[in-house]
Design a protein around this ligand. Sequence first.
Ligand code: AMP
Ligand code: TRP
Length: 339
Amino acid sequence: MEPTKKRVFSGIQPTGNIHLGNYLGAVKNWAAKQDEKINYFCIVDLHSLTVPQDPADLRFQTRSLAAMLLACGIDPAKSTLFIQSHVRAHAEGCWLLNCITPLGWLQRMTQFKDKSAKQESVLTGLLDYPVLMAGDIIFYDANEVPVGEDQKQHVELARDIAQRFNSLYEQEFFVIPEPVIPEAGARVMGLDDPTVKMSKSLAHVRGHAIRLLDDPKEIERSFKRAVTDSGNEIVFSDDPEKAGVNNLLGIYKAITGKSEAEVLADFADARGYGDLKKRVAAVTIEALLPIQARYQQLMADPAELDRLLAIGAEQAAAVANPKVDQMKEIMGLVLPQQK
Ligand code: AMP
Ligand code: TRP
């Protein structure tokens, strides 16, 4: 008998420019493993509202990200790709989970502490963000949650919330999810500062990130400017001094799928960091050009994009809405009578 396929859920926010870190740390792996699992990939627009957004901009970015995910190889025939706000269970179920989640659990989240420290006025939604995320995962009975290192604490909170519900209501209602962190590409660092993670919120800063829609000239320029060290040794290394070179090699490794030994062999004849940067730029451009072409095609056909997203929403709703209805019943709410 074929073993039952694992259920996978992951999400990505539509705001900020999607960059090489998102691709290598998340989306590329989602696409590569589609056949092995039952997949739900969600554009988490409700999460984006936890900080102020311009409505027209949010709308554009949501559709643009959908096109980009499809262009990166998320296949609607193999995976359910949908927009979070299209499925009512997310916002509705989040309220139910709020009512069993202790406030202290949320106040302890490092991302909340970091983000709230940087803002003058903190919205309630920002504190509640991990509860919304927990719902995303557990309403689909997901076993695995592929994310970058930074999201591990949130997935652990999802486990705690699921366990709390199960024990409060004395039944195995929610599956307890596991975070799955990729090895290669787990942490792509900023090209301008290899000690900080490449991040969407800095993607507008010149030379920080490779954005998936950058043209070849821009990609070459960003790599050319990448911060390295004063030496000339092309090696993988944990030495903070060599963080820049290590990051460039890590990017090359994640894009080509080669082993460390194969990567180093590729650079055995390189003449200095200039050559290293050129070759990393070349493989990046080669990987991104076809993605950019598919993206343009999808953006030129909004009706087709909407059609695909409607199918995704329907498939997702068929799982999450009944799960949240069951939750309501378990918690003592009276369900409306079906006519
Ligand atoms: P975000 O950019 O925070 O919406 O993240 C979307 C996905 O990309 C999550 O799974 C993150 O963990 C992953 N991710 C974000 N930045 C990086 C990075 N610099 N390196 C590797 N993965 C990343
Ligand atoms: N919080 C995640 C991030 O910023 C995005 C996200 C929302 C997510 N819901 C999710 C990731 C559920 C995995 C599973 O990267």
